[in-house]
Design a protein around this ligand. Structure first.
Ligand SMILES: O=C(O)CCC(=O)C(=O)O
Length: 228
């Protein structure tokens, strides 16, 4: 299994702070403004939605998300939300830096497998990049649902940024282990597309717990967020 935590990642703190800030600002916009990005069509390259498929599912996830295609940036930037006004600039900056980190990690993974540095990148060919900004409202009855149910990631590699609200859980030897957020630290998860063999490089099933945040104890009480 491979989940890693990366602290010395080279992405400046202000880029991360700005990403979290504009994401929060987006989800605090009036509903009428947010709904400009709303769609139930999974093929859309920009889409605000909730849960997975609220028309067919019996239990909905306690999560809203804004999903963005990010690469090549020039193909998508104009479709991203223009409110908050600095949203495009800050998210573009963050996604470019995160892409650089992903490529460096793929090189390191190649080398750790005894391959040439660029082998995984070359084998994968032209790479898209997607981002999900996950927003978890306070849940009045967290025992009845999830933020996100157990899943593995269908992509190559996930670089997850948490805010300071816990919720992520990893399956380890049949037990769920809570992953408390560490400031300025990314969680790296290997996706289905580069699993090598169980025990060498494989997915870690994970889920996000719906949290009943104590409104008295937090200044920004109403939500947890993550960016993946
Ligand atoms: O929000 C989290 O902590 C988990 C997010 C996640 O698992 C995902 O986006 O695939």
């Amino acid at each position: 299994m491979l989940v890693s935590f990366i602290k010395n990642h080279g992405i400046p703190q202000n880029v991360i702070d700005n990403m979290l800030r504009v994401s929060r600002e987006f989800f605090r916009l009036p509903e009428s403004e947010r709904l400009k990005s709303y769609s139930n069509d999974p093929s859309k390259s920009v889409r605000l939605s909730t849960s997975f498929n609220i028309s067919s599912e019996k239990v909905s996830n306690w999560r809203d998300f804004l999903r963005l295609h990010c690469y090549p940036l020039e193909d998508y930037l104009e479709q991203w939300p223009s409110n908050p006004p600095c949203f495009r600039e800050e998210v573009a900056n963050y996604s470019t830096k995160v892409r650089g980190l992903a490529l460096r990690l793929l090189e390191a993974i190649s080398e750790s497998l005894g391959l040439e540095r660029e082998s995984i990148e070359k084998a994968l060919g032209k790479q898209g990049q997607h981002m999900a900004i996950n927003y978890y409202p306070t849940c009045p009855e967290p025992e009845l649902t999830y933020g996100l149910p157990v899943h593995s990631d269908p992509n190559v590699i996930t670089i997850l940024l948490q805010d300071d609200v816990p919720g992520l859980q990893l399956l380890n030897n049949g037990r769920w282990v809570a992953v408390n957020p560490i400031p300025n630290t990314f969680i790296i998860n290997i996706g289905d597309q580069i699993q090598v063999r169980k025990r060498i490089l494989s997915q870690v099933p994970h889920q996000a717990h719906a949290e009943e945040t104590d409104r008295e104890q937090r200044e920004e009480t109403e939500k947890g967020m993550s960016i993946s």
